[in-house]
Design a protein around this ligand. Sequence first.
Ligand code: SF4
Length: 68
Amino acid sequence: MENCENLAKCAFFIEFKGNPEVIKKGWIRMFCEDQNKSELCLRKQYKKQHGIPPATNMSPTGNFLSES
Ligand code: SF4
């Protein structure tokens, strides 16, 4: 299975891949490690629409995580 093509430079992935909430929700497995499903990632859609990435703490489903 292909990863999301943004994975290597995605600030959310880099900062939060080890975050307990992220692990609990399974977002990395659900979106980042599945190229097809990553098309549903709201971060990816935001970047396509705006040309810049969203806030680092915005999750693939659009929730905002606390920075800690
Ligand atoms: S959070 Fe979204 S844009 Fe970032 S690597 Fe995961 S699927 Fe790709």
